[in-house]
Design a protein around this ligand. Sequence first.
Ligand SMILES: Cc1ncc(COP(=O)(O)O)c(C=O)c1O
Length: 297
Amino acid sequence: MSIIPFDDRDGVIWFDGALIPWREARLHILSHGLHYASCVFEGERAYNGAIFKMDEHHRRLHASANILGFEIPYTVEQINAASMAVLRENGLVDAYVRPVAWRGSEMMGVSAQETRIHVAIAAWPWPSYFSPEMRAKGIRLMRAPYRRPSPECAPVHSKAAGLYMICTMSKHAAEAKGYHDCLMLDYRGRIAEATGANIFLLQDGVLHTPIPDCFLDGITRRTVIELARARGIEVVERAILPEELANTSEVFLTGTAAEVTPVGEIEGHTFKVGEVTRTLMDAYANAVRNPAEASAA
Ligand SMILES: Cc1ncc(COP(=O)(O)O)c(C=O)c1O
């Protein structure tokens, strides 16, 4: 597989207030965000030239930074406009959009009170997080070697770079064993989510999803709950134990990158890509391209 590195592409990236050539969007190696994970980001998708739930994503970017103790030096409206400019100037209509904010180089100890906050926004085509074949059959999940930490152990409600360390390690462990991703339990041993997406289980015609009290309450998760309820599908948010996989008929993941992705297997438990999953895959695919209809649903 030939890889085109992300630092060597054509186009422009918005960096601290201006669009600059893609390859020039660099930071110094002595940046606090790199050494101490004082960094937050967003993952968004544009469909037909419009970013789905753009305001929500950029409000979450601000909230994530506030949780980590810093302010994004641009308003939500400015980040909205900058994101749209990035799409326009790169000629992108359907794309993944990645805003990121981090502490700079003014201080290099643990304390970072005086660091400047930098913000960048990049966008690129990213058709599907999981391949169409995987999505058709349902992906295979392994039990993650790491658990989601408790709210006393980490800023769990921030989309903070540091929280992804255990996600990358878990995903690599899964890939090493031929799985596509991991099911992560939380610190109590309850089902939490995957490494970059939330999870739903269908049991006796009712959808169940964990309460997001120690992991990201995904924007896609909230959208899918609304879409399901609008279609008369009952959704229950509750604590879910891994033993319950035995009486679960369908499982799917939700996330901006993953959209609605069926799960075919979790370590020996198999699930069909059934009617409820297919209904919500279609409903989500329609909602992202017709957002006005979706919010009226
Ligand atoms: C760890 C994690 N959980 C859940 C989600 C789903 O969030 P959203 O639907 O807002 O993209 C993501 C993706 O951003 C994620 O990285």
